[in-house]
Structures are given as C-alpha cells and as structure tokens.
Design a protein. Structure first.
Lengths: 160, 730
C-alpha cells in the first residue's frame, strides 16, 4: 500500500512542545540586530535552554553583529524548518524570538557549555577561541508561524 | 508518456493504477477488449509541478488539519481545487506531446476517459465509483479537458472524505487515467462470477445500449442467476425495459427505449452463457471472483473492465464508500426533497410551533409539566430527524448548481455562482428589514428616540409600539444556544436604538451585475438544454433560501421545548437554587416528578490560555475567506443570548456557529468570524447579504479571542489578526 497515514500536526495546545522540538532540532537561526536605523541579519549556530527562555549563540568580537549588539542589545532570532519545497507551505514552521541579548561573562558560562557546546561539539575550537563572544538572547516573546499564515504568540513570563 | 496496454506489466501498479493493470493483463491473456491506453501518474505529477498547481494544492490543504475539517469545508476545498484544475492549462510542451500521442492512437474516434488511481481497486481500498469517468469524448482537446477533470476528481469531496476515513494523506495521492475507445455496443452489462449473496451462484446483468445506466442505477437490468459449477440457468428476471443510455455528441444520454427493443431481452441465452464463461475465465486469470463490465458490439463480446469482488471483510469499508457516494444528489432527488420540504416539513413545523405556543405552561401541575417536557422532546426529536433527512441533503442543490456553473463558465472566483443565488427571500433578512423599519422610525422621530433611550416605550397605540408588537409577535419563540431567545418589546427596542445610531446601510454590492451573470450562465448552454439550466438555477436558489429558512422553523419548535424546560427550572429554582441553570432536560423532568437526582452538573473548565510559564496568545488565525473586505473592531465573542443582546454597533461578531435565529445582530457588526467552516454556511451567507468581511472555519476562535480585544478581519485572505500592530520594544 502506497498510502501513508497522516502525521499528527501541532495544535495551539501542543504549541509549546512543537516549539521545543523546533529549537531542539534546528542547528541554525537567523539573528537580527540593528545598526542605528539599519536592520542587519546573520546566520548563527544556536542552542536553546529546555525552558525556552534563553537562546545561546556565539560570534567573533570583530563582526558587525557583535558591534550592533554591543550598541543595542535588542534583537530577534528566526528559527524555522523549511525544506525549500512546495510542501513547506503546508508543513513548515517558523518561530521569531524577540528580546534582549547579553554577553556571557567568563563566570557565567556553565549554561552555555551545557546547551551550546553539547549541541555543537564540532564548534569547540570556535567556542574556545579568546576572540569569541558568547551570547544569550533572553526571550520575551515567541511569534510562532505554521500553515503559512497561522501566527500564535507565546509570552515568556519567567522572572529569572 | 502514453502507455499502450502491451507496455504495461507487473510492478507498474503504482504508476498506472489497478484498472490499467488489469486491462493490460486481460489483453495480454487474449481477452477481446476495446483499444485502450494509460496516462500514468507521472503525467499528473508533471502537470502539477510544471503548472505551479502543486504549491497551490499545498496551500489549500495547509489551512488546517485535514482531520479537523468539516464536510462543508472539504466540499469547499474540493470546489476550489476543481476550479484550479479547470482553469490551469496544460503546459504547452506537455499538451502538444499528449495531443499528438492521443491522435495517433484514436484519431477522432470516441473514447471513455476513466480514473485509474493506484490503490483504487486494491482489496483494502476500494475507490470504485468515487472518481469520475467521462464517456463518448471525441478529439484531443476534449479528451485532455476531461483528463484534467478526472485528475481533479482525486480531490472531490467524496474522495477526500473517504481518504480521511482510511487515514490517507491526499497530498500523497496521484492519478493515472485510462483512455479507452468507446464500442457502441447493442447491449452491455456486468457479471459477477460469484454472487455476493450466494457463493454457489454466478450473476449476469444486461441492459440495451451502454452500461453507464446500469452502473449508476438509472436503468434497471435483466438478471440471470446461474449455478457456478455447471453454468445451469437457475432464473431470469426480466426488467421493465423503458430506457437506455445511448451515445450522443460529446457524451451520453438517457433515452426512452424503442418499442421493439423493450419487448426483447438485451441478450439471448447463448450470449448469457458466453458472458458467464468469459467471467469465469477472468476469475481464473486473476485468481479471485470477478466483477466484470462487458459489452456486445460488432458481433463479439468485449471486456470493458474486470476487478476483484469486494470481500465480506471489506463490507464495512464499502459501507462508508457508499455513504460518500451518496453525497452526490441527482436533480430528480433534489426536486422530490424540495417538494417534501415546502409542502410538508415547513407547514408542519410552523403548525407544530403554533400549537405548542398556545398551551399555557404556567397552568400545568408539576407532573403535567414533566410530561409536557417529554412530549416536546419527542416532537422536537422527530422534526430534527426530518430536518436531517430532507433539509440537510437539499443543501446539495447549491452545490450542484455551483459545480455546473464552474464547469461551464470557469470563473476566476469559484464562488461567483453564489451571487446568482443570494437575495432569494430569506426569512432572516426579511426579519432584519422589519427591524430596520423600526430603526428608521427612531431615526425620524427624535422625541421617540429620547423616550426609548430612557428605557420607556410609547403608548400601545403609537405606530412604533404597534410595529414593535407586530415584530415580536412574528419573530418571537426562536431558539439559539440552548435557550429560547427573549425577543421581548424592550429588548428589540434597545436593539433598534443601537441600529439607529449607525449610518443607514446602502445597497449591498452583491446585487450589482447579477442580470449579466445570469445571461452568461444561460448563454453557456445550447437551446435544447435551456430548460435544464433554468431548473438548476431555481433548485440552487431554493436550496440557498431553504437552508436558512428551515433553521428558523425548526428553531421555533425547539424554542417551545426550551420554554417548557425553562418553566420547569423556574419552579425548581427555590428548591435547588444556583444549580438549576445547569440541569439537563431529563433531570428537570425527574425533579418535577419529585425524584431525587444527582445534580452535580459539572461545568467543564474553560480552556486555559496559559501553558506553564508561557502565556499563549493568538496573533493571526487562519480560516477561509468567506466575505470580501477588511474591518477593524472590538471582538464580541457571542456564546449565549446575553452576549447576543449585549452586542454593540461596530463590533466584530465572533461565534462558534452562526444561526439564522440570531443573525438580527449582524447589521450591527463590522465583520463576522465563525469557528465552523464553509462558504455556504449561515455566517458566510448572512455576511454576503450585508457585504461584511467574513472569515469562517477558524479553529478555537471563541476560545482564543476575548470580548473587547481589537481584531482585524481580512476577508480577502481569511485572516483574523488579534491586537495592535505595533511591537512593544523588548
């Protein structure tokens, strides 16, 4: 039989789980920073904390995005699972996280190692280089899009 | 690209489908059959890919979970997809290749264009009859148009619903097409090498002419029963031979049978035996009892197709397939339904509601009231059953008209046909016009308006009071959301007051251009089919109006049941206090009779909008565009009559299921949003009547949007956007 059963799909009630799966499986995200009036987008490796309140990434201190974030910590990150096929219009999911980034100080890097280094072991040289800055995006809101135009907001209420 | 039967072998089932594979096997084994070729699934897939249709299909299917779609929504998807297939031309290289190939095979000889979807005739997935076939088609261009329609039938509502029941993903389906020369046989029929009712018997059925009429049930066949083992004839049941399906230009037609043939069995005993023998030979070839279609032409017996008989184990599945086949209603059937609804159901329901309303409930003892509630429950149950039996199927009248309209005119907007149906005497719109007349009186007379604003009403002989009494007299008693609606004079006066503060409504844009559309519709038919076209349009219009009106009538019967229950609740109030509102009908009856009951009446918890440490908020919800335009306003989530009568001018009506009994608030609304989906449902119809933006089929909308939130309703794209556009800085 060539017919396959339909896979279950995310519902509003299961949205948090779907978002968790997305952040867990995707290795890369698109970081948006601003240079004054000018938005700027960059592809970065990511890892999220299991409670989804933080998204970790790293960049060299000599990059434009580093300069932008240093001047203005407001940022957004797009994470999606598109396959560049027509079926994306039915199946793909994207999440835009908005919030503020903070550079992790040498003493506060434990979580970074636990999540980011564990997810991207092949980036060990990059992570350990003295010129690499480790960042955390503290997420205020996720805007989750699926089915092409369906948009839900998840507001992170964590006080920590 | 075009496969001849001798090029099809085992292993190609996935590409050519069961029908083509079995024809190939029959031909390769020496059976005589009309010339046939197959357009494999690859041609369908190339068409989807090259024309861009594939992306559109994903967008159609992506709006919501297939499993969550109501039948009306699936019908809508099917309508739009059929329209896409009709309007999307074959890419020119593909068209040239196919036209040349088909011309080489068939020249201008008439053919049948039939579906052959992989899995279609496989044991566990019988799609027999769910996909379309077209007979007696001549010439490359016509054949290719029918090929597109056969492809589209993979997406018909019945085929989609059947796939959903089997848990199959329509996006993974594909369609092959068999093109077979038409042999205009003198007689045709079907044969079962094993009688499904008796394993020791075989059956042969035959009709004069083509066997289309036998297969779709419009021509009764002669039937012969034989002993399977010996071929001994056990019985011959002749038919009342009145009609036959004959080839006509561009198709086939059911015609009266001429007198000479009517007196004669379609085939003689020797021919019956030849059909029986051939059927058994096919059974040996396929290793299972066969259901074979055959025709007798050019003095020889030909097989048209042969497939395994559905086994007993598959009967359940067959039942649901047959259920979905029943989704298509013939014009004849619709005509009968209309007569029954107009002449029996509607007068019956109106009379019933009148008789029930005349009874003084307050004068009954508790025991009598308990009996009366039960009696009304039974009466309402009977009318509800009639409603499902007649009124729901009659809604197919709109659909049938819509499909014919789209097939003939191929309009860009697949719902253009609705404009020809609208404005056909809905009771709910007449009621709303009457309400507008009250409103106009308030607008004209500022003293009267001041009086009503202070919560007073003028004296009973004042024209406004008389008009108000006439209105409540005519429209009181309807039910909605499990309550009999309180259409009292003060309530209606307040509603009219709110309406009077709005700009008087102009004519709906729906009305313009209708005569032109009507002319274009009739112009698409040749003169000899004009009468049928007129009848189709009339059936469509009646179906459109009755769909709304029959709800009003059954709403009144239900209202009288709810009134009796409300009387019971009122009497129980002092004994049971707060719990009474949640008592069910049977609990009220038991309590009135003095019985004890478990009146725990648990209210389900309201769905939580919180997920752990996250607050979930809807930002943009997707439904179906069902009324053009964009509106911004405060949401009013209407779940009960209190919400309904609190409705303020300019608010967006957000509702689980719009019902004509409550649409008197629609003129106050700036837009309509409905959880239930479909283009032909009440919400969409009433929004169209008022030219309001409307989105239907938005899952969980009454839970995700709160009264008072600002919403933008985009009726072009089918979007409901919640909250302001400005992003708060992080």
């Amino acid at each position: 039989v060539r017919w396959e059963p339909i896979a279950p799909e995310p519902e509003p009630a299961g949205l948090r789980q779907s978002l968790h799966n997305l952040l867990d499986r995707q290795r890369l995200g698109v970081l948006s920073s601003v240079a004054g009036e000018q938005p700027y987008a960059s592809l970065v490796a990511i890892a999220a904390s299991p409670d989804l309140s933080r998204i970790y990434f790293a960049t060299s201190r000599s990059t434009r995005k580093y300069a932008n974030l240093e001047a203005n910590p407001r940022a957004a990150m797009l994470i999606d699972n598109r396959s560049n096929q027509a079926r994306d219009f039915r199946q793909a999911m994207a999440a835009t996280a908005t919030g503020r980034v903070e550079e992790l100080t040498p003493g506060a890097e434990a979580a970074f190692g636990q999540f980011f280094t564990a997810k991207h072991p092949y980036l060990d040289d990059f992570i350990s280089a003295p010129s690499t800055a480790k960042f955390c995006l503290r997420v205020k809101t996720y805007f989750v899009v699926n089915r092409f135009q369906n948009v839900m907001e998840l507001h992170v209420d964590l006080k920590s | 690209m075009i496969l001849r039967l001798d090029q099809i072998g085992p292993g190609l089932e996935d590409k050519v489908g069961g029908k083509a594979l079995s024809l190939a096997r029959l031909q390769q084994s020496g059976f005589k059959l009309p010339k046939a070729v197959c357009l494999p699934t690859g041609v369908y897939l190339d068409f989807l890919e090259q024309s861009g249709l594939k992306g559109k299909l994903f967008l159609e299917l992506g709006r919501k979970r297939f499993a969550d779609m109501r039948w009306e929504e699936i019908w809508d998807i099917s309508l739009r997809i059929r329209s896409l297939f009709l309007r999307t031309p074959l890419p020119s290289a593909l068209e040239v290749d196919l036209a040349q190939g088909l011309a080489a095979e068939f020249a201008e000889r008439p053919v049948a264009v039939r579906s052959s979807a992989p899995g279609e005739d496989a044991a566990r997935t019988s799609f027999a009859g769910l996909h379309d076939s077209y007979l007696n088609i001549e010439g490359g261009g016509s054949i290719l148009e029918k090929v597109r329609l056969v492809w589209a039938s993979l997406w018909s509502d019945r085929a989609l619903l059947y796939r959903r029941e089997l848990g199959l993903d329509p996006a993974k389906s594909a369609m092959a097409v068999v093109i077979q020369e038409i042999l205009a046989g003198d007689s045709s029929g079907v044969a079962f090498s094993q009688n499904p009712l008796d394993p020791n018997q075989a059956v042969v059925e035959a009709v004069h002419g083509l066997n289309q009429g036998l297969v779709d049930g419009s021509v009764q066949p002669d039937r012969w029963i034989m002993r399977r083992q010996s071929g001994e004839l056990l019985s011959h049941t002749p038919a009342t031979r009145e009609k036959a399906v004959m080839p006509v230009e561009g198709g086939v037609e059911l015609r009266p049978l001429d007198q000479k043939l009517a007196g004669k069995a379609p085939i003689d005993q020797d021919q019956v035996h030849q059909v029986f023998t051939l059927n058994l030979k096919a059974e040996q070839l396929f290793g299972a009892p066969q259901d074979m279609e055959w025709t007798w032409g050019n003095n020889a017996l030909h097989v048209l197709q042969s497939r395994n008989i559905t086994s007993q184990a598959d009967q359940d599945q067959d039942d649901s397939r047959i259920k979905y086949l029943g989704l298509t209603r013939s014009l004849e059937n619709l005509r009968q339904l209309r007569q029954e609804i107009n002449q029996e159901l509607i007068p019956g329901m109106a009379e019933e509601a009148r008789a029930l309303a005349a009874l003084n409930l307050a004068g009954l003892s508790d025991t009598q009231l308990a009996e009366e509630i039960e009696r009304r429950q039974a009466i309402y149950g009977q009318w509800e059953a009639e409603y499902w039996r007649c009124c729901i199927p009659f809604a197919h009248g709109m659909r049938l008209f819509g499909q014919v309209y789209n097939d003939r005119l191929k309009p860009r907007d697949p719902y253009q046909f609705m404009r020809l149906l609208a404005g056909a005497g809905l009771i709910s719109t007449v009621r709303n016009q009457n309400l507008q007349e009250l409103t106009a009186m308030l607008r004209r007379d500022s003293d009267l308006k001041c009086l009503v604003e202070e919560g007073e009403l003028p004296s009973p002989d004042h024209p406004f009071s008389r008009a108000l009494a006439a209105f409540t007299g005519q429209y009181a008693g309807g039910a909605w959301a499990g309550e009999q609606l309180d259409m009292s004079a003060p309530q209606i006066a307040r509603l009219a007051l709110r309406l009077s503060r709005m700009e008087p409504a102009g004519p709906s844009q729906e009305e313009s251009g209708v005569p032109e559309l009507e002319t274009a519709f009739f112009d698409a038919f040749p003169p000899e089919q004009m009468e049928q076209a007129r009848e189709l349009l009339q059936i469509g219009r009646d179906s459109y109006a009755l769909r709304d009106n029959d709800n009003m009538y059954i709403g009144r019967v239900q209202g009288e049941l709810l009134a009796a229950q409300a009387e019971g609740r009122k009497r129980l109030q002092h004994a049971m206090g707060e719990r009474t509102p949640s008592l069910s009908g049977s609990q009220i009856v038991a309590a009135l009779r003095g019985g004890t009951l478990d009146a725990s009446g648990d209210e389900p918890d309201a769905p939580s909008r919180s997920q752990g440490a996250f607050r979930l908020m809807a930002r943009q919800l997707v439904g179906q565009p069902a009324g053009q335009g964009v509106a911004v306003g405060k949401a009013r989530v209407v779940l009960n009559s209190q919400d309904l009568f609190s409705f303020q001018a300019g608010e967006v009506l957000i509702c689980d299921a719009v019902d004509p009994n409550m649409t008197f608030v629609v003129p106050l609304a700036s837009a309509v949003v409905e959880r239930r989906g479909g283009m032909l449902i009440h919400g969409a119809i009433i929004a169209r009547e008022y030219g309001l933006p409307c989105v239907t089929g938005v899952p969980q909308v009454t839970e995700l949007v709160k009264t008072g939130e600002m919403v933008t309703v985009d009726g072009h794209l089918g979007l409901v956007i919640v909250g302001p556009n400005r992003l708060e800085p992080a």
